[in-house]
Design a protein around this ligand. Structure first.
Ligand code: NAD
Ligand code: DAU
Length: 356
């Protein structure tokens, strides 16, 4: 079996569902169920013996040792993290703990397990670290896209903590020989995306007739990838990625935030027209994110050249699927907008003056 950390979050739960469907191999899913973890994402696996869920913290070394000893996973897929930039600005401590200390603790537990394996199993073992393009910092408008050798220039507490975790993973390979691979992916979107991030926030706010907050001038550029394509890329790297290497994953789909907002509004006008008028009437420019990175862009040629991976979805097909999923899953949307979600929205948006 494989050990997945953070498998109840957005990408982790998509990965667990995708993995079991694609391979049938059992998953040991370790997740602390923070505000971002949601077992409802995995409801379709209820009663399936191929999914073993453990609620626990990647900083808990004793728990990790017990899980490695009992389940003897052949690989670790490390998704667990604090992942939201705005939350890292309000409270960086949790990011240092989970992303840095948690990755360190997991590496040490994995190393102890791996070191005691017989030679064939030792050679086959993998530690796959799931990381982000944000570690590379911000690009000028005409600069070439990030390659795997782009310097690390993280600008937010979140990206700094992910950069630190990438460095730990690299060092555990170089110093101890732990068989690692790291992937650095661009912005994901798709089902089960928690509505604190741009695309799901736009969808749930629009459907509720609430303002669609656009930070600053809305001209920040991101590369957007459908989450199912991220999952297939991770499977490709886990299977055939070269040890100690990093692979960038992206959608060849750079877009300014304001264009994303207009696309979501237009599609909603088509799929769920609002009698009050076009959704774009709700667009509200608000105070920018401090230290906001202007542009990310991913050069994903290495993973294509070495592993033959390319995204299957275009943005047009992926965003349509995503909107249809949110419209068909009103219960999920209602459930995640709990008291703590409303507290976060109040904290993040109350101080952002409209029109700023
Ligand atoms: P998420 O915030 O939706 O989910 C994170 C999951 O980790 C949650 O289920 C949470 O309960 C769990 N978790 C948090 N702290 C934990 C701890 N101490 N111990 C165990 N579990 C813990 O995040 P996501 O968007 O699914 O991102 C998953 C990974 O992919 C992260 O490492 C993130 O940096 C990376 N990534 C995300 C994106 C993106 O667009 N969302 C893009 C590139 C890379
Ligand atoms: O690039 C990969 C990263 O993508 C991942 O590592 C992160 O985990 C993930 O959260 C995401 O980070 P971003 O900061 O790019 O995502 P977010 O959805 O928070 O914001 C996307 C863009 O939209 C960003 O430029 C900020 C802007 N934005 C965001 C929100 C929540 C707004 O304009 N308004 C908003 O209300």
């Amino acid at each position: 079996m494989i050990l997945v950390t953070g498998g109840a979050g957005f990408i982790g739960s998509n990965f667990v569902l995708d993995w079991i469907e694609a391979t049938g191999e059992p998953v040991l899913n370790l997740d602390a169920l923070t505000y971002a973890g949601n077992l409802r994402n995995l409801a379709s696996l209820q009663g399936d013996p191929r999914h073993v869920f453990v609620q626990g913290d990647i900083c808990d070394r004793a728990l990790l040792d017990r899980l490695f000893a009992e389940h003897r996973p052949r690989a670790v897929l490390h998704f667990a993290a604090e992942s939201h930039v705005d939350r890292s600005i309000h409270g960086p401590g949790a990011f240092m703990r989970t992303n840095v200390e948690g990755t360190f603790t997991l590496l040490e537990a994995a190393r102890q397990h791996w070191a005691a394996l017989p030679a064939d199993k030792k050679a086959a073992f993998r530690f796959h670290h799931v990381s982000t393009d944000e570690v590379y910092g911000s690009l000028a408008p005409d600069a070439p896209a990030f390659t795997e050798i782009h310097p690390y220039e993280p600008n937010s507490p979140y990206s700094a903590s992910k950069a630190a975790s990438d460095h730990l993973v690299r060092a555990w390979h170089h110093t101890y020989g732990l068989p690692v691979v790291t992937t650095n992916c661009s912005n994901n979107y798709g089902p089960y995306h928690f509505p604190e991030k741009l695309i799901p926030l736009l969808i749930v706010n629009a459907l509720a007739g609430k303002p669609l907050p656009v930070y600053g001038d809305g001209q920040q550029v991101r590369d957007w990838l459908y989450v199912g394509d991220h999952c297939s890329a991770i499977r490709a790297v886990l299977a055939n990625g070269r040890l100690g290497e990093t692979y960038n994953i992206g959608g060849w789909n750079e877009q300014a935030n304001i264009d994303i907002v207009h696309t979501v509004c237009k599609l909603l006008d088509e799929l769920r027209p609002d009698p009050a008028g076009p959704y774009k009437r709700l667009i509200t420019f608000v105070t920018d994110r401090p230290g906001h990175d202007r542009r990310y862009a991913i050069d994903a040629r290495k993973i294509e050249r070495e592993l033959g991976w390319r995204p299957a979805e275009t943005f047009a097909s992926g965003i349509r699927k995503t909107l249809q999923w949110y419209l068909a899953n009103a219960d999920w949307v209602a459930e995640v907008q709990s008291g703590s979600y409303r507290d976060w929205v109040a904290q993040n948006y109350a101080a952002r003056a409209p029109g700023a």
